[in-house]
Design a protein around this ligand. Structure first.
Ligand SMILES: Cc1ncc(COP(=O)(O)O)c(C=O)c1O
Length: 282
């Protein structure tokens, strides 16, 4: 059995035969960007939005946009069929290409394009959102967090610190304010209203975040794109995280202390239902 198949630089190959050059700038400098897209019963959620964000990330680090960018939907569909995956997550990665190790941009390199698919259990739309424990962590990332960069070491370290404390996600604080999770956007609920960091250079503009903001407004819930100060965290009614593979998860404890009454609250449940409705309508 040759599966799983991956896509690398124009070729569909068994995973075991796909090899990256040791001088790929993704390896040497994390000089590349990526996307993750969820597929439900073979259908992607927000494909256009992911392609558009990928293009913005490429533009931001001056990688010429490869022709494959607009074909990623078709390339991924083909891989999912070959691999026999219905519900899956697709990982897309583009690096500046292969060149001897010099910091300056190499001339005439071709970007390396990689697509990997992973099977994923489809969510049960009738199930309640997951309840999770989180810890806070200093946001030690750079100031261009809106780029979906391969340079994830601060995220990896913070996530691991959370797991070591028995939590499932770390929530970053910068200058005393909540920015986002290591791989998730963060929403606070206070007085029935939603609060989330503005989509500026301190966070990744999450696609799930944007979907939830749209759905919340349609449902008549006020959304404040304004960062929550750390000192306010103890006064919140609810806190939740969201992302392409996380969906919506209610944060019931933060640094070991309960948020609200320590259970997933009604606004979090509502936002989870609205996201599940979007997914089931695909
Ligand atoms: C730092 C960060 N914030 C937020 C998100 C959530 O973004 P999306 O909803 O587009 O998956 C991610 C996803 O990987 C992320 O890495």
């Amino acid at each position: 059995m040759d599966a799983p198949f991956v896509y690398l630089n124009g070729q569909v190959l068994p995973r075991s035969r796909a090899t990256l050059d040791i001088e790929d700038r993704g390896t040497l400098f994390a000089d590349g960007v990526y996307e993750v897209v969820s597929y439900y019963d073979g259908r992607p959620l927000a494909l256009r939005e992911h392609i558009d964000r990928f293009r913005r990330s490429l533009d931001a680090i001056h990688i010429p946009v490869p022709a494959e960018l607009d074909q990623l939907g078709g390339i991924t569909d083909d891989l999912l069929k070959r691999n026999g995956y219905n519900s899956a997550k697709a990982y897309w990665q583009i690096t500046r290409g292969v060149a001897p190790r010099e910091h300056s941009f190499p001339r005439n390199t071709t970007p390396t394009v990689l697509v990997i698919t992973y099977p994923a259990a489809p969510p049960d739309p009738a199930a309640p959102p997951r309840a999770i424990a989180c810890v806070t962590h200093e946001d030690q990332r750079w100031s261009l967090c809106s780029i979906k960069s391969l340079m994830l070491l601060p995220n990896v370290l913070a996530k691991n610190a959370a797991l070591e404390k028995g939590a499932q996600e770390a929530i970053f604080l910068r200058d005393g304010r909540v920015t986002e999770g290591t791989s998730t956007s963060v929403f606070a609920v206070r007085g029935g209203e939603l609060w989330t960091h503005p989509a500026d250079h301190w966070i990744l503009g999450g696609i799930t975040r944007a979907i939830l903001i749209e759905e919340a407004k349609l449902a008549g819930v006020t959304v404040n794109e304004s960062a929550v100060p750390w000192v306010e965290l103890s006064k919140l009614n609810e806190l939740f995280i969201c992302g392409t593979t996380t969906h919506v998860a209610g944060v019931v404890t933060l640094d070991g202390r309960p948020i609200g009454d320590g259970r997933v609250g009604p606004v979090t449940r509502r936002m989870h239902e609205l996201l599940m409705r979007r997914i089931t309508k695909l």
